[in-house]
Design a protein around this ligand. Structure first.
Ligand code: ATP
Length: 342
């Protein structure tokens, strides 16, 4: 049975780089006259990575700097060949069946342009139409829709080098989607963008997934991208898959606590702390508590602060907020926990 064009299967994937190592004491031997024998060392960028991505999903690929994400993206895009392991995208092996593969994927690298720097945006689109052999009718409707949804009309005739970063990213997304690929791979698509531009790009990606069923694989260091888009996160660290689950599962196993901040009109009361609750330093009128919701519910904790019958305006808190750790806190804690994983 033919595989769906956007189904990604990765098994036991390994990739190392061989890099020159400087000899101790500098680059030259024998009193500095003869070149020293070059020595090499190996960097294991991917060490047995495995996962499957189903069509129509949005998956976030995250991990600290140097974890191996770009290496993985390059292999999935067909740019790089692994040392061992198996990868198929829609049944094709990206690096071995590259021409057929690239016709079915769109790739956007936030730090690199696939458009021609000196050409007007629309001329770049026309070149991509010819490269991908997009049928004229499909190109016309596709281009018109992308120009509208990504708001490109005002700068279609401007050379790419004159565009602002936000305009360029919108043009890059359109360029990657002109041939209507079922899979879109995004490498840091919101890097360097201002807040409204980030929101617009996220909304576009979400609509593309919902309306066209486009499968999306996204790497990012911006955890708001993950929060807004990814139903599943794959965390890479030291070239391995450290976690592969919905973000909420990662939260529950990493940093499940809640924080309660109660502000009083007078000095905060001294309460006996039940199990699962710890008090944080705070101003006189503020009671700041970290609590484990698996051990004590928020409602029970609130009852402790203002037992039934407490007259308003006396010991009852004037204001209460309960927050969860931010997604950045959760991910930072997860990275810390795995920082020394070999
Ligand atoms: N062309 C290369 N030659 C040698 N080593 C490389 C090369 N590309 C990547 N590496 C090394 O492989 C490891 C993984 O790098 P990679 O760029 O895949 O990580 P990353 O997760 O994308 O990092 P970042 O978030 O910083 O972009 C790193 O140790 C990096 O130094």
């Amino acid at each position: 049975m033919p595989s769906s064009p956007a189904r990604i299967v990765v098994e036991d994937l390994c990739k190392s780089y061989r890099v020159a190592a400087s000899p101790p004491g500098g680059r030259r031997g024998l009193a500095g006259w003869l070149p020293a024998r070059r020595s090499w060392r190996t960097i294991a960028a991917l060490r047995g990575v495995a996962f499957t991505i189903e069509p129509g999903t949005i998956t976030g690929l995250i991990g600290p700097n140097g974890a191996g994400k770009s290496t993985l993206i390059k292999i999935l895009s067909g740019i790089l060949r692994p040392d061992s392991g198996r990868v198929t995208v829609g049944g094709l092996v990206p690096w071995a069946q590259r021409l057929r593969h690239v016709a079915r994927i769109g790739v956007v690298f936030g730090q690199r342009s696939q458009l021609w720097w000196d050409l007007p945006v629309d001329d770049g689109f026309a070149l991509l139409r010819d490269i991908y052999r997009v049928p004229p009718a499909l190109y016309r409707t596709r281009r018109a829709r992308l120009v509208e949804t990504l708001r490109l009309a005002d700068f279609l005739d401007q050379p790419v080098r004159q565009l602002s970063l936000g305009q360029r990213m919108r043009a890059e997304l359109a360029a990657a989607l002109l041939h209507a690929p079922p899979l879109l791979i995004l490498d840091e698509p919101t890097i360097g963008l201002d807040a409204p531009s980030k929101l617009a790009i996220r909304a576009f990606i979400r609509d593309l997934n919902r309306q066209d069923g486009t499968t999306i694989l996204l790497t990012t260091h911006d955890m708001h991208d993950i929060e807004a888009l990814a139903e599943r996160v794959i965390v890479i660290g030291h070239g391995r898959v450290l976690a592969d689950s919905p973000f909420e599962t990662l939260r529950a196993t990493t940093l499940s606590g809640r924080r309660l901040i109660a502000t009083f009109d007078g000095p905060a009361p001294a309460i006996a702390l039940p199990a699962g609750v710890s008090r944080l330093p705070a101003a006189d009128r503020v009671l700041a508590l970290d609590f484990d919701p698996a051990r004590i519910g928020a409602a029970d904790l609130l009852r402790l602060l203002a037992p039934p019958g407490t007259p308003a305006g006396t010991a009852a808190p004037a204001d209460v907020t309960i927050t969860r750790p931010s997604i950045e806190d959760v991910i930072s804690r997860f990275y810390e926990r795995h920082a020394s994983t070999p």
